[in-house]
Design a protein around this ligand. Structure first.
Ligand code: BGP
Length: 478
């Protein structure tokens, strides 16, 4: 039994992304999104890093986002299952290219209607929509025409998109966030910002210019949201997970601070409203000249976020010792030195529940705003027994330990709005494109190659999470 009480209005739920769940990638007038160009395996990672061979899908390739788990057609049944678990909130993203198929021109009514129906279905079950405006899916036409977020053009196109959906759903959605894992742009620039690099280009210059465009666009979305939707809450969204220094060597400690700041930079701007001094020094030291328009500084200063959304999968570790650095692992795509005190998942992601409490405290100390845990989960290759069961005790163990540490953070005085665990139903993995990297409380019969009946099966963790929610976090199991 846990020893803490989560607030009665704590938003327990789950989180999805349009491109990893919906499928129907060209249905209902939707345009091509950049994620629709991502195959599986090694090629996927290379393209996400900006080596993009083609801006049209190749006949010979399999693209997981094209069908995903067909949430587009099956969302009513899936939401009924979420409601059975007692969800208070469901985080979803709107596919920009469903609303603006080319990224500009007139909005697509069929796309607007789809999300109207989706939000209505959620409210029918008393579930709050928590909506991400941009979850890795820039319309391909904007990549082709303007080079994605390297172009200032996208700032106003994004503002128009945000204003359109805010006006349409102002009575249905109270919680919004702008860019999913905005810091991912530095690690997977095509995925995060639709950036394609040419030979000899200054990648860092383009990345930080694109970051500036996204930061201004995010602030303009916050401005519009506050003007259009009464009592709206608009957040940023950080791929979080504190960096630990491998030793007490000040060089390691300093590098740990630097690596944290690489990510905090985005949230410093979105939450404090200005570029921090260390970023200005970084730009100077690296010869980066970020073009800003008159008025940008005021926009950033006057339209900061209401809460800090973040994903937590694991902490990371860093070292300045070349010998130590040879032993690397991962944590939500970010490289990390292997931490000898911690176990890892089958995909090499470090498992660090205490790191969740550490990260939450550090974010709350830094920003003094409410936090919203909008991703946390355990990817595993679940197996269905001959009796049709999925005994995912390993997932229950991971989630139980992380929720317990989140409860400790609450008792540390950290204000947390809610917890929407990642992938409450099996969906396509962002980093690998696999279906076998499963996060769900609900199993989906579909394999990495798109074969399967799409049948949904409640896992052991379905019943466990239902008890967690019903007991307001008290009953985490033995
Ligand atoms: C984050 C993304 C999510 C989700 C999650 C799990 O980076 O915001 O879209 O995919 O990671 O990662 P993966 O799916 O690669 O296991």
């Amino acid at each position: 039994m846990s020893s803490f009480i989560f607030p009665k209005d704590f938003l327990w739920g789950g989180a999805l992304a349009a491109n990893q769940a919906e499928g129907a990638y060209l249905e209902g007038g939707k345009g091509l999104s950049l994620v629709d160009l991502l195959p599986t395996g090694e090629k996927r990672m290379s393209i996400m890093k900006g080596n993009v061979p083609s801006l049209t899908p190749l006949e010979s390739e399999f693209y997981p986002s094209h069908g995903a788990i067909d949430f587009y057609h099956q969302y009513r049944e899936d939401i009924a299952l979420f409601a059975e678990m007692g969800f208070k909130a469901l985080r979803v993203s709107i596919a920009w290219a469903r609303i603006f198929p080319t990224g500009e021109d007139a909005p697509n009514e069929a796309g607007l209607q789809f999300y109207d129906d989706l939000f209505d279905e959620l409210h029918k079950h008393g579930i709050q929509p928590v909506v991400t405006l941009a979850h890795f899916d820039v319309p391909v036409d904007l990549v082709e025409k303007y080079g994605g977020w390297r172009s200032r053009k996208l700032v106003n196109l994004f503002e128009t998109y945000a204003k359109t959906v805010f006006a349409r759903y102002k009575d249905k959605v109270k919680y919004w966030m702008t860019f999913n894992e905005i810091n991912m742009l530095l690690h997977l620039p095509f995925l995060g910002a639709g950036l394609v690099f040419q030979e000899g280009e200054n990648v860092k210059q383009i990345q930080y210019q694109a970051a500036h465009h996204q930061l201004v666009a995010s602030a303009l979305a916050v401005k519009a949201g506050h003007e259009i939707i009464p009592d709206v809450q608009i957040g940023c969204m950080l791929a979080a997970g504190s960096f630990y220094p491998y030793t007490c060597n000040p060089e390691d400690v300093y590098q740990g601070m630097e690596k944290d700041r690489e990510s905090y930079f985005f949230i410093d701007v979105q939450s404090r409203g200005e570029y921090p001094g260390y970023a200005k020094r970084f730009f100077k030291d690296h010869g980066l000249n970020i073009e800003m328009e008159p008025g940008d500084a005021d926009i950033l200063k006057n339209h900061t976020v209401d809460y800090i959304g973040f994903s937590y999968y694991s902490s990371r570790t860093t070292s300045t010792d070349p010998e130590v650095v040879k032993n690397m692992t991962s944590g939500n795509v970010f490289g990390s030195v292997s931490n000898p005190y911690l176990d890892k998942s089958d995909w090499g992601w470090t498992i660090d529940p205490k790191g969740f409490r550490i990260t939450a405290n550090q974010l709350h100390d830094r920003y003094q705003k409410p936090l919203f845990v909008v991703e946390n989960g355990f990817g595993a290759n679940d197996v269905v027994t001959p009796e049709g069961e999925v005994n995912d005790d390993y997932r229950i163990d991971y989630l139980k330990r992380h929720i317990a540490e989140m409860g400790e953070a609450l008792q540390d005085g950290v204000e947390i709005i809610g917890y929407t665990s990642w992938g409450p139903i099996d969906i396509v993995s962002a980093s690998s494109g696999e279906m076998k990297k499963r996060y769900g409380y609900i199993y989906v019969d579909r394999d990495n190659e798109g074969n399967g009946s799409l049948k949904r099966i409640k896992k052991k963790s379905f019943h466990w999470y239902k008890n967690v929610i019903q007991s307001d976090g008290e009953n985490l199991g033995e």
